[in-house]
Design a binder for this molecule. Structure first.
Ligand SMILES: NC(=O)c1ccc[n+]([C@@H]2O[C@H](COP(=O)([O-])OP(=O)(O)OC[C@H]3O[C@@H](n4cnc5c(N)ncnc54)[C@H](O)[C@@H]3O)[C@@H](O)[C@H]2O)c1
Length: 306
C-alpha cells in the first residue's frame, strides 16, 4: 500500500486509521483543521492527537485543511494523483444537538465537504476505495417505533422480531425525523452511494452507532462514554437526557471499526485489479452500505435514537 488519505485524521476514528495503515507501511496524508474545538470548545480539541501523530507516526504528513475548501481539496488530491490507494473520510460535525445551533455549518461540513472529497477522488483517484463514516442516524427516529419492552433497567426489542439480531440496511430512511445532523449525514451517505452507482467508484458507507476508543476527546454533546468517564474521574455530575436513562448503547471500539475498513479494502482488491483492465466491470456494483450490526458481533441490544 502506498498512500492513504485520511480526513479528520486527529479525531477518534481518523487517528486510529492513521496508526493502523502506517503500521502496514503506508504513507498517510492526513487532513484535519481541529474544527472539533470550534464545535465543542477547547476541551474537545484534537490538537494534541495531531501533534502526537506528527511526532510519532512514521510516514504521516499533516494538512491543516478545511474539507469545505473545494479548491484546496482538489489541489491536494492533484498533488497526490496516481499514488492514492485508499481514502478514509471521517472528518465531520458529529453531534445532532450542535447541528441545530448552526445548520449551515453542519451541512456544509458534512454534506458539501463529502461532495468536495468525492469530486476530488473522482478526478484524481477514481479506483481507490472511498470509505465514508456514516451514521445510524440516517434511519432517524424510526428505531423508536420498534416494539420495545420496558425492563427495569433497559429497553429491549420484542424477542423474535426481525431486527432482534440488529437493525439492517433495509430499514427505511424516509418518513422519519433525522435531526439536522442526521439530514446532513444522510445527504453525504446518498452522495457516497451515488458516486459508486453512477460513476462506478468503489465507495462504501459504514453506518456506525456509538463509537469509542482511547483517542476520544469526549464532551457533553459528543463522545458519551469518554465524557461519562471524564465526569466520573473528576467527580462531576453526568446529565442523562430522556428515555428514563434506559437507552441501551452498543459501543464499538475504534480499533474494530478500522479493522473492518481494512477488510473492506482487501475485499475490493480483486474487483479493483479487474477494473484496471476494464473500468466497466465496476459500474453499478461497487458501492456498499454497511450497518454496524454487520460488523460487530450480533447481540440483542438496541440503541434508541435520541
Ligand atoms: N463517535 C461516534 O460515536 C460516531 C457514531 C457514528 C458515526 N460517527 C461518524 O464517524 C466519523 C468520525 O467520528 P469521530 O468520533 O472520530 O469524530 P471526531 O470529532 O473525534 O473526529 C473528527 C475530526 O474531524 C475534524 N474536522 C471536523 N470538521 C472538519 C473540517 N471542516 N475540515 C477538516 N477537518 C475537520 C475534527 O477537528 C476532528 O478531529 C464522523 O463522520 C462521525 O459522524 C461517529
Amino acid at each position: 500500500m502506498r498512500t492513504v488519505v485520511v480526513t479528520g485524521s486527529a479525531g477518534l476514528i481518523g487517528s486510529e486509521t492513521v496508526k493502523r495503515f502506517a503500521k502496514d507501511g503506508a504513507r498517510i496524508v492526513g487532513i484535519d483543521n481541529d474544527m472539533r474545538a470550534q464545535f465543542f470548545g477547547a476541551e474537545a480539541s484534537t490538537k494534541k492527537i495531531r501533534d502526537d501523530l506528527i511526532a510519532n507516526v512514521r510516514g504521516y504528513e499533516h494538512h491543516d485543511l478545511d474539507i469545505r475548501d473545494a479548491s484546496g481539496v482538489l489541489e491536494l488530491f492533484k498533488e497526490q494523483s496516481g499514488t492514492i490507494d485508499a481514502i478514509v473520510h471521517t472528518a465531520s460535525q458529529p453531534s445532532h444537538d450542535w447541528a441545530a445551533r448552526d445548520p449551515q455549518t453542519d451541512f456544509t461540513v458534512n454534506a458539501n465537504g463529502t461532495l468536495n472529497l468525492l469530486e476530488a477522488a473522482r478526478k484524481f483517484s477514481p479506483e481507490a476505495p472511498f470509505i465514508f463514516t456514516s451514521t445510524n442516524k440516517v434511519y432517524g427516529d424510526t428505531p423508536n417505533r420498534l416494539p420495545l419492552r420496558e425492563l427495569p433497567k433497559r429497553w429491549e426489542i420484542k424477542p423474535g422480531h426481525e431486527y432482534e439480531p440488529g437493525i439492517s440496511e433495509t430499514m427505511s430512511i424516509d418518513y422519519t425525523k433525522h435531526s439536522l445532523f442526521g439530514a446532513s449525514k444522510t445527504a453525504a451517505d446518498l452522495l457516497v452511494q451515488e458516486y459508486g452507482r453512477y460513476f462506478g467508484m468503489p465507495t462504501v458507507s459504514f453506518r456506525g452507532g456509538c463509537l469509542t476508543g482511547p483517542a476520544h476527546a469526549g464532551t457533553e454533546l459528543h463522545g458519551f462514554l469518554s465524557y461519562l468517564m471524564i465526569c466520573t474521574v473528576n467527580e462531576r455530575p453526568y446529565r442523562v437526557f430522556g428515555y428514563k436513562g434506559k437507552q441501551v448503547r452498543d459501543n464499538i471500539h475504534s480499533f474494530d471499526l478500522v479493522e473492518a475498513f481494512v477488510q473492506y479494502i482487501r475485499a475490493m482488491e480483486i474487483p479493483l485489479r479487474i477494473a484496471r483492465h476494464s473500468r466497466r466491470d465496476l459500474h453499478g456494483g461497487a458501492t456498499f452500505v454497511i450497518q454496524e450490526s454487520r460488523f460487530v458481533n450480533r447481540r440483542s441490544t438496541h440503541e434508541l435514537t435520541t
